[in-house]
Design a protein around this ligand. Structure first.
Ligand code: ATP
Length: 238
């Protein structure tokens, strides 16, 4: 398998606070890779640094074999990495369609953009039915679907999802996780950050446990699900 994304010895700080310390991991083409870990472990910071929203203090990020560490965020997006941020962050006063179009702002192929809007609406029918409604009227789960749909609109090779199940009911969470699996089948590689370790590990081809800014354990999702240390620390089963 070829590595799509390689993160090597990445360190990121907010002033004196070292949020990420020498983190290294790999995302292979076609896989769902998950980062799990406690609150404040550095997962969101890692995704924001990959997106070019934060600059690392040290380390390298390679995408398709090329370093992207110094690239601006818009080049990283147009190069094939999309990011659905924590807390949804849809544009509440814009319609579903306007939100989706914003996700395609680096593209100029109008026919392709229209086809991808149709694809998002097939994946999430509620978005198609309420295409002209303002996003602020939507429920948390519906806004999450829109945030994922918007990230898909750049037609990414790598889709990064930060806590897509946050605040959602079990049924809605299941729907989001089923969709992540479907996206993988449509040849999108996924890097997932999740608090819901049980669901995420069941889905992940490979997972890394992040603790205090470092990866402490890694392996296939099912292996980590069975690991006693993971069960005690993250699944509340000791
Ligand atoms: P969670 O699961 O709670 O979202 P996380 O693993 O995503 O946590 P981060 O949000 O990356 O963790 O935070 C890592 C560390 O960096 C924490 O100690 C946090 O308090 C700190 N931190 C995050 N954002 C900032 C910021 N803008 N300024 C200062 N410190 C920050």
């Amino acid at each position: 398998m070829t590595a799509l994304l390689e993160v090597e010895d990445l360190s990121v700080a907010y002033g004196a606070i070292e949020a990420v310390r020498n983190i290294s991991f790999t995302v292979d083409e076609g896989q769902i890779v998950c980062l799990i870990g406690a609150n404040g472990a550095g997962k969101t910071t890692t995704l924001r640094t990959i997106s070019g929203l934060l600059r690392p203090r040290a380390g390298d990020i390679r995408f398709r074999g090329q370093s992207i560490t110094a690239l601006p965020a818009h080049s990283i997006l147009s190069g094939g990495i999309a990011h659905s941020p924590e807390g949804r962050r849809v544009f509440a006063r814009m319609t579903v369609e306007e939100n989706l179009l914003l996700g395609a702002y680096t593209r100029t192929d109008q026919a392709g953009i229209a086809a991808d809007i149709r694809r998002v609406c097939e994946l999430f029918p509620v978005l198609g039915e309420r295409r002209n409604q303002k996003a602020g009227l939507f429920s948390g789960g519906e806004q999450q679907m829109l945030a994922i749909g918007r990230a898909m609109m750049s037609r990414p090779r790598l889709l990064m999802l930060d806590e897509p199940s946050m605040g959602l009911s079990p049924i809605m969470t299941q729907l989001i996780f089923d969709t992540i699996r479907e996206l993988q089948q449509q040849e999108t590689t996924i890097l997932l950050v999740e608090q819901n370790a049980l669901a995420a590990l069941a889905l992940a081809d490979h997972a890394y446990v992040v603790d205090l800014g470092q990866t402490t354990l890694s392996g296939p999702g099912h292996d980590l699900l069975a690991d006693e240390r993971v069960r005690a620390a993250y699944l509340g089963q000791g």
